[in-house]
Design a protein around this ligand. Sequence first.
Ligand code: CTP
Length: 409
Amino acid sequence: MRIYKVGGAVRDRLLGKPVTDIDWVVVGATTEEMLAKGFRPVGADFPVFLHPKSGEEYALARTERKSGRGYGGFTFHASPEVTLEEDLIRRDLTINAMAEDDQQNLTDPYHGQRDLDARLLRHVSPAFAEDPLRVLRVARFAARYAELGFTVAPETLELMRELTESGELEALTAERSWKEISRALMEDQPQVFIQVLRDCDALKVLMPEVDALFGIPQPEAHHPEIDTGVHTLSVLEQAARHQQPLTVRWACLLHDLGKGLTPEEEWPRHIAHEHRGLKLIKAVNERFKAPKDCQELALLVGQYHTHGHRALELKPSTLLELLQSFDVYRRPQRFEEFIAACEMDARGRKGLEQRSYPQADYLRGAANAARSVAVQPLLEKGFKGPALGEAIKRERLKALKAYKGAASA
Ligand code: CTP
């Protein structure tokens, strides 16, 4: 049996990037031999094992044939006769299809190293089409390595487009898609992920609500970039530049979906886009079964981001409603994330990337003012039940009036 390091570990070592997990491929072995050496099988009919000590993945060299639609539609063929080259040819990208033995001798039959040097994400063979998730993977790698100058090879983009047109993307499960989307959003240049999906027409299938924003104008006075899709990409870019968490990045991507529904005769204005967008945000959330905190923040940011921008002009009663909607008393972190998303939205505009955003501190101050209202004195005065709730609200409103007064003095 011969054992090789494969995939990301080889790629990232050659790129000089840190290697986190290592995948191994085993040539010339049977399942029985692996079990005899103490490897633990990952699944019943999947030729992948975990090393008894390191826990790393060891896969028997295999060929894959697609036998049907979707991820279930695979048959694996693993046997001691399958060669390293046969295993590598079924992989997604040439830069992911290199192997290395324990002496660091490279096996690179599909010229991964050449493509690393040329900064190209290129598919290995037509077998690329056997897993439609690869459309998202390539877009994710493009986002990750954009700063190194990587781009998608034109013939690979074409194959991604064909795969999209064949309808295969619709067979992807929410879980597999979300895993790619969430990882891509956490890359340094997540806007590249969306751009590449758009370039191969996959965005139209995966998130038609986001795709629809391209070509929709906004008022130049607030949005020098004019195009709503371009703005969305810039907001996402800012979110990554400011190292925002996934929740904020997801909310940034979806915050303006309502602009896609504005009647054309109202362009470039988008009155009520906040409310109009909610059902679209909900649809995208559910399509990918996004985690609850991502779903919630995206909806709240969608509904209230313009409140954030107008924070300094809001009446105390409107400020209070905003704070109540966020339940800032029990969920302070979520409100911070809302503020961050608003700030990214304000900066994700051409030429305004460095602007200050005084709304952020103003909103924090307002939340503190409302939070500072103590409940105990009201209890002591004998308030209870709904009357207590009303009394707390009155006191908070008073605190916000004082806060606003002091801030504008
Ligand atoms: N692979 C593939 N097609 C997929 C998933 C994986 O061809 N849909 C192959 C690639 O050769 C890849 C290897 O399996 O390099 C390991 O996959 P994975 O661990 O998902 O990705 P990495 O390449 O290690 O990248 P990352 O750094 O994102 O984990």
